[in-house]
Design a protein around this ligand. Structure first.
Ligand code: HEM
Length: 311
């Protein structure tokens, strides 16, 4: 298959933040690939069109295919760096891998629209897949994580979002696609709220109320900011675009952490730095106050790839 013009990205990948989100994780039934390929193309096209229809409430969405399922669904071609989630453990810190075949990420400023679209997707996939997990996210206060800290401040802005998140022309078939990592974190909020505010700020590396970054000499090696602010061998920042949102209920709540990036290596390096730490064994203290319950690796191809591969 050849694509001459720049393929269209799925619009949810780089979208700006919303008030609400729904995350659907599915596993596919056996031997349904021939039906599933056109079905996924229809869902992706449907989400693309809804972005115009519900522009007033900033609807957006994307779908992604699991690293372990890709070859079953599209046996002829595979994104060069697509690989399973990099599970990691160090003493009592661990980030497990729990993979899913398909991930749907839909967001909107109207909850009713989202609910309707989630039902529609589910119906379009009927008989081909099994819904394994579903979460609903929400904007908390002024875009804060449930720890009370603003989340997303240092995310790439404007057109830089596309530059960071989308595969470029060097991999033509997968251009405008994105490597996606998802981790559902359950926060230990009682313990977290037991800390003094200054201690919480030291753990993040920013002030809580005003969201001001600590000066370089004030940042502890174990602070979250220090552990994830990484550079490559040329001194360039390893960037990811985070699309995370708080989720949950009184029984379990935390962060749906979502990274989209033109390469999986940036996320992998950050997670390693948080859990395993640096050469002095400095891991991320934030990880003591939250637990990753899942860890999944996907690729979200361009809309044109999905339409072209529909068969
Ligand atoms: C920054 C929270 C997990 C990567 C931040 C900030 C907060 C935060 C409050 C500072 C504000 C901002 O720039 O957005 C959390 C929480 C997490 C979590 C509560 C888990 C429960 C992760 C993971 C990664 C990550 C798993 C990557 C593997 C980053 C990056 C930044 C950041 C790259 C920006 C750093 C900078 O350039 O200053 N996070 N985070 N975070 N986080 Fe996380």
């Amino acid at each position: 298959m050849e694509i001459d013009i720049m393929p269209r990205e799925q619009l949810g990948i780089c979208a700006e933040g919303n008030l609400h989100s729904i995350y659907l994780m599915y596993n596919a039934e056996d031997n349904v690939e021939a039906q599933l390929r056109p079905c996924l193309a229809s869902v992706a096209q449907y989400l693309y069109e809804l972005t115009d229809q519900y522009a007033d409430s900033a609807f957006n969405g994307f779908l992604a295919i699991g690293a372990n399922y890709w070859d079953t669904l599209y046996p002829d071609e595979r994104p060069a760096l697509l690989r399973p989630f990099p599970a990691v453990q160090h003493h009592d810190l661990y980030a497990p891998a729990i993979e899913f075949d398909l991930f749907f990420h839909i967001r909107c400023d109207r909850y009713d629209v989202l609910h309707l679209v989630a039902n529609e997707i589910n119906q379009m996939l009927e008989g081909l897949v099994e819904l394994v997990d579903e979460e609903r996210g929400f904007r908390y206060m002024d875009s804060r994580d449930l720890t009370g800290f603003v989340d997303g401040t240092e995310n790439p802005k404007g057109r830089q979002r596309q530059k960071v998140a989308l595969v470029d022309e060097k991999e033509p078939l997968f251009q405008s696609g994105s490597y996606v990592h998802v981790q559902k974190y359950a926060h230990k909020l009682k313990t977290w709220h037991g800390l003094a505010q200054k201690e919480q700020e030291d753990i993040i590396g920013r002030t809580k109320q005003d969201d001001v970054e600590y000066a370089a000499h004030e940042k502890l090696p174990s602070s979250h900011i220090k552990r994830v602010n990484l550079k490559d061998e040329h001194g360039n920042s390893k960037e990811i675009l985070r699309q995370s949102m708080p989720y949950g209920s009184l029984r379990q709540q935390g962060l749906m952490f979502i990274s989209v990036c033109k390469t999986p290596t940036h996320f992998e390096a950050m997670l390693h730095s948080m859990v395993k730490g640096d050469e002095h064994g400095q891991s991320d203290r934030l990880m003591q106050f939250t637990q990753a319950l899942t860890g999944s690796s996907f690729f979200a191809p361009s809309l044109d790839f999905l339409l072209g591969a529909a068969g």
